[in-house]
Design a protein around this ligand. Structure first.
Ligand SMILES: [Zn+2]
Length: 108
């Protein structure tokens, strides 16, 4: 039977520390990945997906949407769109946005 000398780490000890190191490294990698994903999301927060310019949040009552002044793209949730269509207010919101954008262009 193999006998280890005094002060020499046993194979079981090596495996134990290897496993612990591996767990720590995996935890650090997962935390780093999570940080990276949050950073990527926040970099695009309120940015137009079409042209990359900033988007302005427009709130009218319970209706909230994002509007790009540069390319006139509008971002709204499906629930908001359904609500507007259901209550026949889609045209009113479009008119409001067109007025707002033309006011901005006139003042620029
Ligand atoms: Zn845009």
């Amino acid at each position: 039977m193999y006998k280890e000398g005094p002060g020499e780490p046993s194979r079981l000890e090596d495996e134990y520390f290897y496993k612990k190191d591996r767990e720590l490294i995996d935890k650090m990698k997962a935390a780093e990945q999570q940080k990276k994903e949050i950073l990527e999301r926040t970099q695009h927060y309120h940015k137009c997906s079409k042209c990359g310019h900033g988007m302005e949040e427009r709130v009218r009552g319970e209706i909230s949407l994002l509007c790009c002044h540069h390319c006139e793209s509008v971002h709204l949730s499906l629930r908001t769109l359904e609500s507007l269509a259901h209550h026949g207010r889609l045209k009113a919101v479009i008119n409001d946005l067109q007025d707002h954008l033309s006011t901005l262009k006139e003042s620029a």
